[in-house]
Design a protein around this ligand. Sequence first.
Ligand code: ADP
Length: 264
Amino acid sequence: GQDKTLLIQLTRYGVGQYLIVTRDVTQVEKLETTRKDFVANVSHELRTPLTVLSGFLETLADMPPGSLSDEQKQRYHGLMMEQAQRMQAIVADLLTLSTLESSPTAEGGLVQMGQVVRTALQQGRVLSGDQHVFVENIDDGLCVEGVETELASAVSNLLTNAIRYTPRDGTITVSWYATEDGHACYSVQDTGIGIASQDIPRLTERFYRVDRGRSRATGGTGLGLAITKHVAMRHHAELQIQSRFGAGSIFSLVFPPSRTSRAT
Ligand code: ADP
């Protein structure tokens, strides 16, 4: 099967007597590799916008004063701003992830998810520029226990992705409902580009993107689903992903009955 790394310790504890201890450190090594990969990825992700930004700055520094028209200045400014915002988004998402990781469960209060979903939808329509068809199906009385800010970020991450990865005129259906067996479910269904089955298990890895170029172009940091997965775990919920390449996807957050209630 798989390669294992064994640590072997030989201790002498008497004349002619030895004790051999073997320890399987495969897991320890794996963690260390994950950590190293992560640091390498963060550096790479930040270096790209930084390189572009310093490139612009150098070009500007080399220009004789007064050689740029107001229009050109504005264009340069816009392009540099974009790179700075990109770095800000990455750093903000990394901070969110590390905060989420530092405590296991989310203690909060009763969250009116219907309201949270409606707010996300309003922002989603603006982001989409009304280029998509939105269908909503919201059970307003259905609540879950949790931290509202965290839930709001999970809700809007899934919606933002649906908008990003669905061509204009596509349909995005947002639902918040109780299932027959008492679970509460938030789901976002899109008629977008879809995901090949071999990519699905890797989507919640940090910085994993199926199409790097497309994700960057639409402002993605590659951390949204990693954050969403963490928020789900902290709320004892499950993040479910169903997708068909070229046809569309359904991303759902399913909350257990024990964390679900109904406002009266
Ligand atoms: P990003 O910031 O790149 O969107 P995410 O962690 O939110 O990062 O998502 C990871 C990847 O999963 C995306 O880059 C994209 O390839 C894929 N993905 C996420 N949501 C969808 C969707 N609704 N349709 C198709 N692909 C998606």
